[in-house]
Ligand binder design. Structure first.
Ligand code: ACM
Length: 260
């Protein structure tokens, strides 16, 4: 399958234009799965709950309709981050395919001021069985808890789709370790640019990357420019969990020796 990382620079609050622009980047490269950044349609730094509420939308809202239209037209799949309006408001990511919305993940580990704005994800880490393979989803700061990627691996994920808005510099290197310790692919789709809002100045680091189960960076984007980059991968490479004749990554876990 061909996987495309879509690295964008959204304009805060310009939902419709941000979606149109991302779709125009996606039009430039053919892929089976596109992974987009966290909150790619709204921007990141909400000044208040009211501002967030005004930009949040249901999982089957206008962004889902636009992305599903693209997926139907191009017979492909896409994972993207958005602010989900449900009984509360979640920092969420959706997977859509040719038949529309497949499922939603709600960010479990909220970062910094997100704690003041969003409800904590309450549905664990989902793995979606698709014709392409098993796609797990986590969002940005979830990377700092190894349990996130491990939970997805134990549930059968071959690929972790990882929409992000990274501000700390550590994640790209850490995701290499996440892939090695789980023998999975990970597609971190980040944004670039800066936001100076709500008393905070944030610069997003870009450096979107696709990492293989062997820890190889198959594709890496820069830290300034938007763009869309593609790599061809075989998700079944993630099914091999043996390291040598005596070590199997998952079978030799010792949960009764761990503290939960
Ligand atoms: C982050 O979780 N957006 C840093």
């Amino acid at each position: 399958m061909k996987l495309a990382l879509v690295q964008t620079n959204p304009v805060f609050g310009e939902l419709r234009a941000n979606v149109e622009h991302a779709l125009s980047l996606m039009e430039r490269v053919a892929a089976d799965l596109y992974v987009l950044p966290e909150l790619f349609n709204t921007g990141y730094s909400f000044a208040s709950s009211e501002e967030l509420s005004a930009l949040a939308e249901p999982s089957a809202g206008q962004t889902s309709r636009a992305m599903s239209r693209f997926a139907r037209g191009h017979s492909c799949y896409a994972v993207y981050g958005f602010a989900e309006r449900a009984e509360r408001i979640y920092n969420a990511a959706a997977l859509v395919g040719p038949k529309g919305l497949i499922g939603v993940y709600r960010k479990v580990h909220l970062f910094d001021r997100e704690v003041l704005l969003f409800a904590k994800g309450n549905r664990g880490f989902p793995v979606f069985r698709t014709p392409l393979g098993n796609i797990g989803v986590m969002i940005c700061f979830d990377w700092i808890y190894p349990e996130s990627a491990r939970s997805l691996t134990l549930k059968g994920a071959q690929l972790i789709a990882h929409p992000s808005n990274l501000v700390l510099p550590y994640c790209p290197d850490a995701m290499v370790t996440r892939c090695l310790e789980n023998r999975v692919f990970a597609a971190t789709a980040d944004r670039v640019g800066a936001e100076d809002r709500a008393g905070a100045s944030l610069r997003f680091i870009g450096r979107s990357q696709l990492v293989s189960p062997r820890g190889e960076a198959l594709v890496r984007l820069g830290d300034v420019e938007e763009g869309c980059a593609v790599a061809e991968i075989s998700l079944s490479d993630a099914d091999v969990k043996t390291i040598n004749p005596h070590n199997d990554l998952l079978l030799q876990r010792r949960p009764n020796q761990y503290t939960s």
